[in-house]
Write a protein that binds this ligand. Structure first.
Ligand code: NAD
Ligand code: SER
Length: 315
């Protein structure tokens, strides 16, 4: 059997850096090729191979897949919810064409597996707010959400029609300290830590009682790898799995940070991202992930807050 050789596309981004490092620990540094449109992230330098790659350039992508003997692709290149609303055409183009390029090559080259993340952004105002189930009314209102929902059905299509083993998670908002977030509505929950440590105050762009599904990056990386390593016959969802870690509001996270930095204060001034956040569920029912491939989160709000502050202080 061919040895695993992984290509991570979008490796210099918020998830890409940590996922690449996580995959390199398991598969060996040389067997995980990092790639991105932008320059190699400093944290990746010296840890394994890096190629400059535009996922929109299908020929070049195809050449790299053949040249590097790639057997699996993790596609992370995308435009997220807040940035997407500023340039809907570009967000649709990248998020759709990037996926279709990868899926075509996966089919032609008979790749073993593909990973592509979806998002809680597929859900819209008509979806249930609390414990939003795997299958429900899904009417997204952002271009990002529309592109993710369409992408889920392309994944399902390529699996059913061509047998591509593509797997996907609907990530909640992800919180991390290693690499900066890329323009999402949930980015406040990262900014707040930096401002708490540096300025002791933060102006939040969401209202204090805006509850959203969230997850610590360590859990998200583990979920991704566990899903990808699960036997194929355990995977019953070929669109994208709901995934849950925790749910909190800006007021909750501010109160948790104050336990560590008592002088920290937060003010609230919502902007266009409030409407995006209000359209998403407050919490997610991920019982299908738990049943199919044994998902269980480790971090709650208190554990995540402590770990974030400890690590940011070290930085
Ligand atoms: P990010 O913006 O931090 O990283 C995306 C990376 O893709 C960037 O490094 C960017 O340079 C690269 N990229 C952009 N266009 C490219 C192109 N044409 N070719 C190659 N690379 C290109 O995003 P992220 O937060 O790491 O998200 C990764 C994936 O996870 C996305 O699909 C996103 O929708 C999904 N997701 C993220 C979150 C989250 O909270 N971060 C939540 C849900 C889903
Ligand atoms: N964190 C992401 C965003 O806010 C959710 O997909 O866009």
């Amino acid at each position: 059997m061919q040895k695993d050789k992984i290509l991570v596309i979008g490796a210099s981004g918020q998830i890409g850096v940590e996922l690449t490092l996580g995959l390199r620990k398991i598969y060996g540094n040389a067997n995980v090729v990092a790639s991105d449109l932008r320059e190699e992230n400093d944290l990746l330098k010296g840890t394994g191979p890096y190629v400059s790659l535009d996922v929109m350039n299908k020929e070049m992508l195809h050449v790299q897949v053949i040249r590097q003997n790639i057997t699996q692709i993790y596609l992370l290149a995308a435009i997220l919810s807040a940035t997407g609303e500023k340039n809907p055409g570009l967000a649709w183009h990248l998020n759709m064409q990037g996926l279709l390029n990868v899926m075509d090559i996966a089919r032609e080259e008979k790749l073993q597996k593909v990973y592509w993340p979806s998002s809680i952004a597929v859900f819209g105002p008509t979806s249930p707010k609390k414990n939003c189930p795997q299958q429900t009314i899904i009417e997204p209102i952002t271009v990002y959400g529309i592109s993710k929902y369409a992408g889920e059905f392309w994944c399902n299509y390529f699996h059913r029609r061509f047998g591509v083993d593509v797997r996907s998670l609907r990530y909640p908002g992800l919180i991390s300290y290693k690499s900066a977030p890329g323009g999402g509505t949930t980015d406040y929950a990262i900014e707040i830590f930096h401002e708490a440590l540096e300025e002791k105050k933060y102006q939040c762009f969401l209202n204090e009682d805006t509850y959203l599904p969230m997850m610590y990056m360590a859990d998200a990386i583990r979920a991704t790898i566990e899903l990808m390593e699960a036997p194929a016959d355990k995977i019953t969802v070929r669109t994208s799995y709901n995934l849950s870690g925790m749910s909190f509001s800006p007021k909750d996270i501010a109160a948790e940070i104050k336990k560590h930095i008592p002088e920290f204060t937060v003010t609230y001034k919502s902007d266009y991202r409030q409407a995006i956040a209000d359209s998403w569920p407050q919490s997610i029912d991920d019982s299908v992930s738990r049943k199919d491939w044994g998902w269980k989160e480790e971090y709650d709000l208190a554990a995540m807050t402590k770990d974030m502050l400890d690590n940011l202080r070290k930085q």
